[in-house]
Write a protein that binds this ligand. Structure first.
Ligand SMILES: [Zn+2]
Length: 124
Protein backbone atom coordinates (compact mmCIF):
# COMPACT_ATOMS: atom_id res chain seq x y z
CA UNK A 1 0.00 0.00 0.00
CA UNK A 2 1.26 3.43 -0.87
CA UNK A 3 1.76 6.03 1.77
CA UNK A 4 -0.94 8.72 1.65
CA UNK A 5 1.71 11.40 1.37
CA UNK A 6 4.58 11.74 -1.12
CA UNK A 7 7.87 10.17 -0.08
CA UNK A 8 10.59 12.38 1.31
CA UNK A 9 12.49 13.89 -1.62
CA UNK A 10 10.19 12.17 -4.14
CA UNK A 11 7.99 13.84 -6.76
CA UNK A 12 5.26 15.97 -5.31
CA UNK A 13 6.91 16.07 -1.95
CA UNK A 14 6.97 19.49 -0.39
CA UNK A 15 9.08 19.50 2.69
CA UNK A 16 7.96 22.08 5.23
CA UNK A 17 10.45 24.89 5.22
CA UNK A 18 10.93 27.06 8.25
CA UNK A 19 11.03 30.84 8.06
CA UNK A 20 14.81 31.04 8.32
CA UNK A 21 15.29 28.62 5.48
CA UNK A 22 13.12 30.82 3.31
CA UNK A 23 15.13 33.86 4.35
CA UNK A 24 12.24 35.20 6.37
CA UNK A 25 13.14 35.49 10.00
CA UNK A 26 9.74 36.01 11.52
CA UNK A 27 6.35 35.39 9.92
CA UNK A 28 3.64 37.88 10.72
CA UNK A 29 -0.04 37.05 11.05
CA UNK A 30 -2.59 39.76 11.63
CA UNK A 31 -5.69 38.86 13.61
CA UNK A 32 -8.25 41.47 12.66
CA UNK A 33 -11.29 41.68 14.87
CA UNK A 34 -14.35 43.36 13.41
CA UNK A 35 -16.01 45.06 16.32
CA UNK A 36 -19.42 46.72 16.32
CA UNK A 37 -21.22 49.43 18.32
CA UNK A 38 -22.04 47.04 21.13
CA UNK A 39 -19.24 44.50 21.38
CA UNK A 40 -15.55 45.26 21.69
CA UNK A 41 -12.86 42.63 21.78
CA UNK A 42 -10.55 42.38 24.74
CA UNK A 43 -7.40 44.45 24.61
CA UNK A 44 -5.96 42.76 27.67
CA UNK A 45 -2.56 41.32 26.99
CA UNK A 46 -3.17 38.11 28.94
CA UNK A 47 -6.35 37.46 26.92
CA UNK A 48 -4.59 38.07 23.61
CA UNK A 49 -1.69 35.88 24.64
CA UNK A 50 -4.15 33.08 25.32
CA UNK A 51 -5.76 33.60 21.89
CA UNK A 52 -2.39 33.58 20.11
CA UNK A 53 -1.16 30.49 21.94
CA UNK A 54 -4.46 28.73 21.32
CA UNK A 55 -4.51 29.56 17.62
CA UNK A 56 -0.91 28.50 17.11
CA UNK A 57 -0.58 25.72 19.65
CA UNK A 58 1.97 24.42 20.63
CA UNK A 59 3.87 27.65 20.11
CA UNK A 60 4.51 29.70 23.23
CA UNK A 61 4.99 33.37 23.92
CA UNK A 62 8.58 34.56 24.06
CA UNK A 63 7.94 38.30 23.79
CA UNK A 64 5.30 40.99 23.36
CA UNK A 65 4.89 44.64 22.54
CA UNK A 66 1.86 46.50 23.89
CA UNK A 67 1.30 49.69 21.91
CA UNK A 68 -1.62 50.84 24.06
CA UNK A 69 0.50 50.52 27.20
CA UNK A 70 3.10 52.95 25.87
CA UNK A 71 5.24 50.25 24.30
CA UNK A 72 5.39 48.02 27.35
CA UNK A 73 7.36 44.93 26.38
CA UNK A 74 9.29 41.96 27.62
CA UNK A 75 12.84 43.28 27.35
CA UNK A 76 15.82 40.92 27.36
CA UNK A 77 18.16 43.91 27.62
CA UNK A 78 16.56 45.14 30.82
CA UNK A 79 16.63 41.56 32.06
CA UNK A 80 20.40 41.75 31.72
CA UNK A 81 20.48 45.14 33.46
CA UNK A 82 21.31 46.85 30.17
CA UNK A 83 19.72 49.93 28.67
CA UNK A 84 16.62 49.16 26.63
CA UNK A 85 17.25 50.08 22.96
CA UNK A 86 13.66 49.53 21.81
CA UNK A 87 12.02 52.77 22.84
CA UNK A 88 14.77 55.12 21.72
CA UNK A 89 14.04 57.54 18.87
CA UNK A 90 14.31 55.65 15.58
CA UNK A 91 17.19 57.85 14.43
CA UNK A 92 19.24 57.05 17.55
CA UNK A 93 22.16 54.81 16.52
CA UNK A 94 21.44 52.55 19.49
CA UNK A 95 17.81 52.01 18.47
CA UNK A 96 16.89 48.39 17.81
CA UNK A 97 13.56 47.28 16.40
CA UNK A 98 11.84 45.04 18.97
CA UNK A 99 10.90 42.51 16.29
CA UNK A 100 14.60 42.12 15.51
CA UNK A 101 15.38 41.37 19.15
CA UNK A 102 12.47 38.94 19.26
CA UNK A 103 13.88 37.16 16.23
CA UNK A 104 17.56 37.17 17.12
CA UNK A 105 17.60 36.89 20.89
CA UNK A 106 14.28 35.33 21.76
CA UNK A 107 14.19 32.97 18.80
CA UNK A 108 10.66 34.01 17.80
CA UNK A 109 9.41 32.63 14.51
CA UNK A 110 5.88 34.04 14.49
CA UNK A 111 4.56 37.51 15.24
CA UNK A 112 0.83 37.67 15.90
CA UNK A 113 -0.51 41.20 15.57
CA UNK A 114 -3.83 42.30 17.03
CA UNK A 115 -4.36 45.69 15.37
CA UNK A 116 -7.45 46.54 17.45
CA UNK A 117 -5.29 46.41 20.59
CA UNK A 118 -1.95 47.45 19.08
CA UNK A 119 -0.49 44.30 20.60
CA UNK A 120 2.24 42.21 18.99
CA UNK A 121 2.84 38.77 20.43
CA UNK A 122 5.96 36.81 19.51
CA UNK A 123 5.83 33.05 19.59
CA UNK A 124 8.29 30.25 19.16
ZN1 LIG B 1 13.46 46.91 25.46
Amino acid sequence: MEAPWPAEGGPGHRRWRGPRELGIAVWTIRVNVEENEVFNASQILADLRMVAETLFHPMRLVGFWDGLANGMHLCPHEGRKMRCPHKLPHDDPSFVEYSRTAEREMDASLEVVFPHAQVHIYLK
